[in-house]
Write a protein that binds this ligand. Structure first.
Ligand code: SAH
Length: 363
């Protein structure tokens, strides 16, 4: 009960923390000192802030809650080293995040909500609906916990885990600003990607923020009819409206949109689909990410044959569309969005429950 009354100090941008502490009569350097502990040194609680007096730490503990995720599980792929983390939030909910090592640096895939209400047919994260939005601190802490766990700097962040980021707009924006703040982890905005199923009004809002992040649009079909079969959100916004929003985003930010296209065998993978997709991507100069659909047991979607995927990509290439086939990293570790979380929740409901391992109780 008390936790809910306390304000969440890790979700406060530096300017807010400065105001807050100066109103309390604190000395001017204090806010930066604490901000550094939280967002650069990645302290897991007030107790780690050793150059702050005990009595002051006690005072902060009384006033503020301090978000810190507890690692419940970690699975590492034997084939490519990708790691999937399952974290427990302070209220007991579970979220998953993924760590991937690329040649250009380490990337973390962050969840933005507990569950999701978008209902995309092929996605495991949405099967139980939306539980709640994540706070900025809870998104940041996925990155922090993983950086601490691997001991390696995270240079790229993709908001492509569970949840629809633009459905949690205000918290997402605070998260993005704090993640890329020079006083914090200082990740370059150009190394951050936000993926959306296409909430048009929020795409306009995001464009007006003029951030240098990449916006990825989960298109998955090039006609309204097909898109509506796969994604309920397509009943609300047409492809025409989406393309207009993409044009606006590019005009405002100078950043090209990426299209994400999950290839589902026999559903959206014909040459004709590739032609229609080219007609949308060409005028916008979009890059297309082709993702072989990751089958989930609750639905009977199947992956396209390898040869079909190649043929699809070739068609795009012929039309001068840049299309890459996403490497299926970590398929051996419940790779598809939301599968690790669901499996763990199911196991916990079962009589012989799967106990958490590797828990961290420092905060
Ligand atoms: N809500 C955001 C982020 C979701 S996950 C969005 O819709 O973009 C990131 C990407 O993975 C999205 O393109 C999503 O459609 C896709 N995805 C989800 N489940 C998938 C699956 N089982 N196989 C392939 N792609 C999937």
């Amino acid at each position: 009960m008390q936790r809910e009354q306390k304000r969440d100090i890790k979700s406060m941008p530096l300017s807010q923390l400065e105001k807050e502490l100066s109103d309390m009569g604190e000395r001017p350097f204090r806010a930066k000192q604490i901000y550094r502990w939280m967002h650069v040194k990645l302290a897991r609680g007030f107790d780690e802030m050793t150059d702050i007096s005990k009595s002051l730490r006690e005072r902060y503990r009384e006033l503020y809650s301090y978000t810190c995720l507890e690692q419940v599980r970690m699975q590492e792929s034997e084939s490519d080293g990708t790691r999937k983390y399952l974290f427990r939030l302070p209220d007991g909910n579970l979220v998953e995040s993924v760590w991937m090592r690329y040649r250009h640096g380490n990337s973390v895939c962050v969840s933005s909500q507990v569950g999701c209400r978008m209902g995309c047919r092929f996605c495991a994260s949405t099967l139980d609906g939306l539980e709640r939005n994540l706070l900025p601190s809870e998104m940041l802490d996925q990155v922090y916990a993983i950086q601490l766990s691997t001991g390696e700097r995270v240079s790229n962040v993709v908001v492509m885990g569970t949840g629809e980021p633009l459905d949690n707009y205000d918290n997402l924006l605070t998260f993005l600003r704090m993640l890329t703040d020079g006083n914090g982890l200082n990740i370059s905005q150009r190394n951050v990607t936000v993926s959306t199923c296409g909430l048009v009004p929020q795409m306009y809002r995001l464009a007006d923020e003029r951030l240098q992040i990449t916006l990825a649009l989960s298109l998955h079909a090039a006609t309204d009819e097909k898109r509506r079969e796969l994604m309920p959100v397509a009943r609300r916004y047409s492809i025409g409206e989406l393309m207009e929003a993409c044009r606006y985003y590019f005009a405002q930010t100078g950043r090209r949109i990426t299209f994400e296209y999950s290839l589902v065998g026999g559903v959206n993978d014909t040459d004709r689909d590739a032609e229609e997709l080219s007609a949308l991507a060409g005028p916008l100069g979009c890059h297309v990410n082709l993702i072989p659909v990751n089958p989930i047991e609750e639905r009977n979607f199947v992956q396209s044959e390898r040869a079909r995927i190649r043929a699809f990509q070739n068609k795009l290439e012929k039309n001068k569309i840049n299309g890459t086939i996403r490497r299926e990293m970590g398929r051996d570790i419940d790779g598809a969005c939301g599968q690790l979380r669901r499996r763990t929740m199911k196991a916990q409901e079962a009589p012989c429950s799967l106990q958490s391992i590797g828990g961290n109780d420092t905060c």
